[in-house]
Ligand binder design. Sequence first.
Ligand SMILES: NC(=O)c1ccc[n+]([C@@H]2O[C@H](COP(=O)([O-])OP(=O)(O)OC[C@H]3O[C@@H](n4cnc5c(N)ncnc54)[C@H](O)[C@@H]3O)[C@@H](O)[C@H]2O)c1
Ligand SMILES: [Zn+2]
Length: 396
Amino acid sequence: MRTTWTFSSAGELIFGPGAVRQVGEVARALRGAGTKVFVVSDRTLFQAGIYEPVRVSLGDAALTWQVFEGGQPEPSLKLADECAAMAAKFKPDVVLGLGGGSNMDVAKMTAVLLSHGGKAVDYIGDGKVPGPILPVICVPTTAGTGSEVSRAAAFTDTDNQVKTGLLSPHLRPRWAIVDPQLTLSCPPKVTADSGIDALTHAIEAYTAVDNAEFPLPPGEKSCYQGKNPLGDVNAERAIKLIGMHLRRAVKNGDDVEAREGMALGATLAGLAFSNVGVALVHALEYPVGGAVPVSHGAGNGLLLPFVMRFNLPKRCREFARIAEWLGEDAVPEKAIEAVEKLKRDIGIPERLRDIGIKREQLRTLAEKTFAIKRITRVNPRTATVQELERILQEAW
Ligand SMILES: NC(=O)c1ccc[n+]([C@@H]2O[C@H](COP(=O)([O-])OP(=O)(O)OC[C@H]3O[C@@H](n4cnc5c(N)ncnc54)[C@H](O)[C@@H]3O)[C@@H](O)[C@H]2O)c1
Ligand SMILES: [Zn+2]
């Protein structure tokens, strides 16, 4: 049984409009003059003009850098290997992840591979990174994953058709530079999907199994540690901010106040889940996201109310509070209704069949979910394979 909890974050966090202009100084401070920075990014961000302030800031700090432009949504393990191979030739001192969760996670894995060798697949699981890695700076351009403060990185395992990931304290970025202005160019779908992912992080952390009851078998270690007071503080504020701002940011991408609220909400949700854990929504989304081309956020948003309904008997008090924070009466069921309404308003798919899942796949998806112990154990209510299949049937 766990009776103590700890709280950690990125080494340093800068938040605010224009923060990206400090990226050069930050990289230089890490390794001094002549620092070589390897930037992980993608072409969509170049077209959106997001690389420009980074280029100027790195130039002003008189640094040398190289850019990987091949980032892709929901990156495969193979993509991370390719990125690391390019970085290995450049021999950087610092790795910079510029983008949504996808590029930030490839940057983290690149730093792992440059520091410890091998292939991306070798590090999948909890606690497999053997020691410190090259310093990573994360600059998020979506308001979503919280990867800029988390000790996680997620990839698509194309061989086994499942989303998978690694957890390690060494994956925490040394610096997180969160500039809400970088999210202004996010199209409505990216805003909606990444925004509801952040809401899922906050709700799963706030309703997780208690720290004192965290079911960790003897001899096993985990980066996750269950519900605790500082996780709650961050999750509460995140849920309120996302409830207030997500619809606005989707409807009008230029709404600066909504973008700022979402950027803060997503980072706070990242602080909550990366210490407490994510739970059954994420465990179900991993095989769903491996089976059909759906973004992590849309998959989570689709599944969220169905998992909330399953968890309700164990978390009535928490759900009543979430309902209030989302602007409803303090009645547990109202939290689920509020999430269903938000889902509809921002265009998250309603059902698994809408995203191409076939009914006959549900049993296999349930079995794959059941095997993802590192996150299923964070859920407040344990689920058998049959119960997981029932949740999927309801969501189908
Ligand atoms: N490491 C973690 O802690 C963690 C947590 C949750 C999710 N994830 C992972 O993160 C990934 C999802 O990340 P995401 O939701 O941030 O989306 P993403 O990084 O996959 O980006 C989606 C698309 O939006 C584009 N985009 C991003 N920012 C933009 C901007 N400002 N303007 C225009 N286009 C922009 C990207 O180029 C990309 O094409 C998944 O692989 C998921 O599993 C990681
Ligand atoms: Zn997530």
